[in-house]
Design a protein around this ligand. Structure first.
Ligand SMILES: Cc1cc2nc3c(=O)[nH]c(=O)nc-3n(C[C@H](O)[C@H](O)[C@H](O)COP(=O)(O)OP(=O)(O)OC[C@H]3O[C@@H](n4cnc5c(N)ncnc54)[C@H](O)[C@@H]3O)c2cc1C
Length: 513
């Protein structure tokens, strides 16, 4: 993973000329004032010493304090995170990176850190886009990043129940590789799939591109273990239970603020024998949304279902590998079918889509989407390099609220940023509603973007949306989350934090209002 951008440097790509021209002519984007600093030039605070007991627990080889390790564990991968690190600002760096190998080591580390008032930031793939890895350091003797990459095993497989128990540091591709050996799949493919971890998916309530077919990540979690500064919570012993409130739901989405997820029991599926992705065109976003709602409510539901609005369709963002080449009118839908009865489901869905005003475009747009499905983050790096600010934001609402929410977000962004390029898609649908995922490109710099982001957060809450459908809260969404929860809800959350983490060492500044 690049320390100042996304992914494999070999996959970095130049922007097509049409896109450069569009950025300049439409948005007034100018080249950045200075190129990114080198890794050695990133300015880090002098490291505070961490207790020697940490090295006694994990072995001294697994406590890292070198410059590169600290830089690589500084913040996550939001656009503000990338802009700060590119400018050489490493002020949020941890003092040390500690790599435990077992659940018992994590429990011992948390106990030692609680005694020494050392803050602990669980670190999975480091792909947070909401400030989930930027702790509030004030009042702590030191801050450690607890890197879970050594805990990366498939622990056991219960083939009869279709359950797999994993350690938290397993990445998306590794989970699929381990399951493929048994003819199984998890089916969780967020755009951060290549680097994010199972523990991070659970801690941030992730949702993948095939959520219509396989469900959100939190739907997949049958059980889990949480190491806390107070000891261990082990949850989930049946597919469903009426034994009081489901405490698993307290851990899912807890973003490292209550403890460290050290194992996950996940529902897995038979690997699909067949996969087909296809494109459809709708005359408008409203017509496309109505079609998606019909499929979500009355079926049949494809495995992948995604609708780009007019601007996203025009730019071609649904197919990043072909960007700049698309200029179709209307709105593009990608529908994908995986698993059993593909032909039948496809035929029935086609009847619904045609009945809702859709025009079939065949498999080419679907295949193109599939090839580019993990490419958009590379495009962001290219845009940052030519001086554009590009960031994403997301929300969800009930179907009846969705059109007003869409308008409110666009109005807020236009009010703050003048003439940004705003693209949107729906990629997670439910019987009762859907998510909206916006990509914004502007020539304005970081300060203006951050002001615009605060305004749009308020607009989302006022328009009846949730502050996040799948990115999580982190530090960036704490204030609007407090409004969404209400004062009593915030108090409940704080009470849980006090019980599990009485010395507040777990990811301070994150999640809890
Ligand atoms: C380019 C890009 C595309 C993305 N696309 C998607 C997408 O399609 N869908 C989606 O849902 N998200 C997406 N994200 C957001 C991000 O990938 C998810 O939030 C993911 O779940 C984070 O996993 P991670 O392993 O990288 O966690 P990290 O970023 O390392 O951590 C995320 C949060 O969880 C905590 N945490 C991590 N591991 C544990 C653990 N074992 N126990 C307790 N707390 C832990 C951290 O402290 C932090 O607060 C995207 C991000 C990027 C940069």
């Amino acid at each position: 993973m690049l320390w100042l951008g996304w992914g494999d440097p070999a996959r970095a790509r130049e922007l097509p000329d049409q896109v450069r021209a569009l950025l300049h002519d439409l948005l007034g984007v100018r080249p950045p004032a200075a190129p990114p600093v080198s890794l050695a030039e990133v300015r880090l605070p002098p490291p505070a010493p961490v207790p020697v007991s940490l090295a006694e627990i994990v072995g001294s080889a697994h406590v890292l304090t070198d410059h590169e390790s600290r830089v690589r564990h500084t913040r996550g991968k939001s656009t503000p995170d990338l802009m700060r690190i590119r400018s050489g600002d490493g002020s949020d760096a941890p003092d040390a990176v500690v790599l435990p190998g077992t659940h018992d080591e994590v429990v011992a580390l948390l106990s030692a850190c609680a005694s020494a008032r050392v803050a602990v930031v669980p670190f999975g793939g480091g792909t947070s886009v909401v400030g989930g890895l930027s702790p509030d350091k004030s009042g702590y003797a030191a801050v450690i990043a607890l890197d879970l990459s050594r805990m990366s095993r498939l622990v056991s497989l219960d083939a009869e129940s279709r359950l797999a128990t994993f350690e938290p540091g397993v990445t998306g591709p590794e989970a699929e590789r381990l399951l493929a050996a048994h003819g199984l799949t998890l089916g969780h493919f967020p755009q951060s799939f290549e680097y994010a971890t199972l523990g991070g998916f659970a801690a941030a309530r992730s949702s993948g591109q095939a959520s219509a077919g396989y469900g959100r990540f939190d739907d997949m979690v049958a059980g889990l273990t949480l190491a806390t500064p107070r000891g261990t919570l082990t949850l989930g012993r049946a597919p469903k239970s009426a034994a009081g409130p489901d405490l698993r739901q307290l851990v899912l989405g807890s973003e490292g603020a209550f403890g460290v997820i050290t194992s996950l029991v996940l529902r897995v599926r038979r690997a699909p024998a067949e996969r087909v992705y296809e494109g459809w065109r709708f005359p408008s976003f409203a017509a496309g949304s109505a079609a998606l709602r019909t499929l979500a409510q009355d079926g049949p539901l494809p495995t992948v279902l995604r609708l780009s609005d007019e601007t996203e369709t025009m730019i071609g963002l649904a197919r990043p590998d072909a960007i700049g080449g698309a200029s179709d009118n209307g709105c593009l839908v990608i529908a994908g079918y995986e698993g059993a009865s593909v032909a039948d489901r496809r035929r029935l869905a086609a009847e619904v889509l045609t009945g809702c005003g859709g025009t079939p475009l065949g498999e080419e747009p679907g295949t193109s989407w599939e090839h580019g499905r993990f490419s958009a983050p590379y495009l962001r790096d290219s845009l940052l390099s030519v001086g554009a600010t590009v960031e994403t934001l997301e929300t969800a609402a009930f179907w009846s609220t969705l059109p007003a929410l869409y308008d409110a977000v666009r109005r807020s962004l236009t009010g703050s940023l003048g003439n940004p390029l705003i693209m949107c898609h729906i990629s997670h649908v439910y019987e009762t509603g859907a998510s909206l995922y916006f990509t914004v490109v502007t020539s304005h710099g970081l300060d203006t973007w951050e002001t615009a982001k605060q305004a749009v957060n308020t607009a989302i809450i006022e328009a009846g949306g949730t502050i996040t459908h799948h990115h999580g809260i982190g530090r960036d969404h704490r204030a609007p989350y407090a409004t969404e929860l209400g004062p009593l809800g915030a108090e409940v959350l704080r009470a849980i934090k006090t019980t599990l983490d009485p010395t507040t060492i777990m990811n301070p500044g994150t999640l809890i209002p």
